[in-house]
Design a protein around this ligand. Structure first.
Ligand SMILES: Cc1cc2nc3c(=O)[nH]c(=O)nc-3n(C[C@H](O)[C@H](O)[C@H](O)COP(=O)(O)OP(=O)(O)OC[C@H]3O[C@@H](n4cnc5c(N)ncnc54)[C@H](O)[C@@H]3O)c2cc1C
Length: 288
């Protein structure tokens, strides 16, 4: 058994707090008792929908319709390993009649209907979206995130600001509006607390905020924006997380003989490719 397999275990946790981040996103603070929280920033846990009594009939119905077992869903940790509690931050997936093939299963209950004191089993900790080993740490990190893709980067950011003060961060973060911006206030506070280590660029694609005290841009993250920032950095590692083309979209497109329209992740990767940035400088994770 590999060392990594040994570290993956089931933990029974109690929801110690429920924090509404945005209208559709909630952070669950999880109390694990005396279990050792041996995880890296950027790691995720998995949660099996079969454990929720309230979802029993729904899970059975979806399994019948899909003809396969519903698998555990992955959730990145929004907490940093040096914080006392574990935290996950879950965005409610929506159902669009005529567009979505099935209604979402787990995210609505985690983000909208989980109360303080409830218990659940999580399995963790794992994932490749982490920092390099000590000795290979970059001088700079360029974070490029959209929506709930901010979650693992927020953990990486909090951890490195405190434990690797020599690393400089540039955080590009795209959302539809300020109201949808998860950890927006926390990022502003971190920028004030670590002015020499962190610069945050907020981008809003649908609605520009009024009376916003912090500089921001409108529109999508473009190749030019990345180029401007990347060129000012000396030796940057780039961490990109956000929505990508899902495996279901890929299968559907293949059947129709078309290429699926790029989403955030594919567009950013295309920009980095166009800029000739070496793949070894890029780490990415998709929630699609
Ligand atoms: C590494 C990783 C980390 C993640 N971290 C986070 C996080 O920190 N926060 C967060 O909010 N999310 C995160 N996610 C996403 C999360 O795992 C779930 O995918 C998300 O919460 C949706 O789950 P659900 O059960 O609500 O929806 P699902 O039931 O999985 O449905 C989602 C969509 O897929 C479609 N679909 C489902 N099954 C099929 C099928 N058989 N055929 C066609 N279409 C189908 C549905 O129509 C729906 O549009 C992460 C994902 C990964 C891979």
């Amino acid at each position: 058994m590999s060392a990594n397999r040994k570290k993956i275990k089931k933990l029974e946790v109690m929801v110690a707090d429920v924090i509404q981040e945005t209208p559709d996103t909630t952070t669950l603070i999880l109390f694990t008792g005396n279990d050792l929280l041996d995880y890296k920033p950027g790691h995720f846990v998995t949660i099996d929908p079969h454990q929720f009594v309230a979802l029993e009939r729904w899970t059975a119905y979806l399994e019948f319709k899909k003809g396969k077992k519903e698998l555990p869903r992955a959730y990145s940790l929004s907490s940093s390993p040096d914080e006392k509690y574990l935290a996950i931050t879950v965005k409610e997936e929506m159902y669009f009649p005529g567009k979505s093939k099935y209604p979402p299963l787990l995210s609505p209950i985690l983000s909208m209907r989980t109360r303080k004191g409830s218990k659940m089993v999580i399995t963790g900790f794992t994932g490749p979206y982490t920092l390099p080993k000590d000795g290979n740490m970059p001088k700079e990190i360029l974070h490029i995130c959209a929506g709930s893709g901010v979650v693992p980067n927020f953990s990486i950011l909090k951890y490195t600001l405190k434990n690797y003060p020599e690393i400089k961060h540039h955080f590009m973060y795209s959302n539809q509006s300020w109201e949808n911006t998860i950890f927006g206030k926390e990022l502003i506070d971190l920028q004030m607390d670590f002015p020499n280590q962190l610069t945050v660029d907020f981008l809003f694609t649908r609605k520009a905020p009024e009376d916003f005290q912090v500089p921001f841009q409108t529109g999508r993250i473009s190749t030019e924006m990345i180029e401007n920032i990347f060129n000012k950095m000396e030796q940057a590692q780039i961490y990109i997380c956000g929505p990508g083309v899902s495996k279901y979209e890929k299968i559907a497109a293949r059947k129709e003989g078309v290429t699926p329209a790029p989403r955030f992740l594919e567009s950013v990767l295309q920009s980095l490719n166009d800029l000739g940035i070496d793949k070894s400088q890029i780490t990415h994770e998709s929630y699609g």
